[in-house]
Design a protein around this ligand. Structure first.
Ligand code: ADP
Length: 333
């Protein structure tokens, strides 16, 4: 009996999903990247007691997918859009729209008959992201987990300018100073962020049901309410809304294993992952005008992974040893 592992390293949290051969989720976890993503991956991996689940194939996704792939020894690396779409259509085959709002980005994916037909991702505007909500909750003296419940108690939401994070925050502070109730301020904030999402991410394109709302912000009932109100559509929040990316990575690993594209997993054991000393170093390649910023991951002092180059010439770890990389850095900086 083999299991499939998916790890999703986001800007704020790291998620892990383990599925069995039938695709059933047997274990899921989500942890904040407080000590950095390397430590988060090591801890979440240790917590999964992976040695009890013989892994047949493993995949990673998220903004830290390359880093995570090297740490755990993943067999496949997948972008967030593919991972989220795959998980969404597996959980709900009739899904036509996926709204995903995470810590520092938000996205929308459109599907027709289970196939992705378009997407849009916003990584630029802070308004409408989880970290912006976290920050506003802290400013209002509330845990983010309670923010949404305040919004639902509002009787008269305050108009907040949500065009961008800076405007939203200064308008919120201004309205707060005018003495409006917390409930009405928070409801106004949720509506402003939902409007921002509809304008900048969904770009006012029609949102067709079934709509799945996933990512950490799906836990925020105020954001659910605001999006439903402005989109005039019911949102479904899948039971494992926060680990959908990890679930997608595990599902992709399963399908590649089934297709014979992954024969023997490279996934490491729990002790190997927990015991290794991982260090990241960076340098800028100035061989051409792209000036790519490369990151290198060393496991116990040995170069284990490198990413960030556009032309691909740094992909071969054997060709360029760390000493030469350092020489190059010195020579060109
Ligand atoms: P990423 O994948 O980008 O690291 P997540 O998808 O895990 O981020 O989303 C993190 C965000 O989710 C947090 O910033 C927070 O605003 C929100 N969040 C997570 N759990 C809750 C909760 N229980 N209630 C309200 N908001 C939550």
């Amino acid at each position: 009996m083999g299991y499939y592992l998916g790890v999703d390293v986001g800007s704020l949290t790291t998620k892990l999903a383990l599925i069995d051969r039938s695709g059933e989720l047997v274990y899921a976890d989500c942890r904040r990247n407080d000590g950095g993503p390397i430590e988060a991956v090591q801890k979440i991996f240790a917590g999964a007691k992976i040695d009890c689940y013989p892994v047949a194939a493993a995949g990673t996704t998220g903004s830290g997918r390359h880093l995570a792939a090297v740490i755990i020894g993943a067999d496949t690396v997948v972008n967030e859009i593919t991972a989220h779409a795959l998980a969404a259509r597996t959980v709900e085959p009739a899904v036509q729209t996926v709204i995903d709002i995470g810590g520092q980005d938000s996205k929308i994916i459109y599907l027709k008959n289970g196939v992705s037909v378009g997407f849009n991702m916003n990584t630029v505007c802070a308004a409408g992201t989880g970290s912006f909500l976290d920050h506003q909750a802290a400013r209002l003296g509330l845990p983010v987990e309670e923010l949404g419940h305040y919004a639902l108690r509002s009787t008269s939401p305050v108009a907040i300018a949500g065009r961008c994070g800076v405007f939203a925050e200064s308008d919120l502070i201004h309205k707060q100073q005018l003495g409006y109730r917390k409930e009405d301020l928070i409801a106004g904030l949720c509506l402003a962020l939902a409007k921002n999402y509809i304008t900048n991410v969904a770009r006012s394109r029609k949102v067709e049901p079934v709509v799945l709302f996933q990512g950490g912000v799906a836990a925020n009932v105020g954001m659910r309410w605001a999006l439903e109100k402005l989109l005039n559509v019911k949102l479904q929040v899948p039971p494992h809304y926060q680990v959908m990316g990890a679930l997608g990575a595990a599902l992709l690993a399963r399908s590649r294993h089934r297709d014979g594209k992954i024969r023997e997993t490279r996934c490491r054991g729990a002790r190997e992952v927990a015991g290794a000393d991982f260090q990241v170093k960076g340098f800028i390649c100035r061989d051409c005008a792209n000036c790519c910023e490369l990151s290198e991951l060393y496991a116990d002092g040995v170069l284990a992974g490198r990413w960030g180059s556009r032309c691909g010439k740094w992909a071969d770890l054997e060709r360029r040893q760390p000493e030469r990389v350092q020489e190059k850095t010195r020579a060109f900086t």
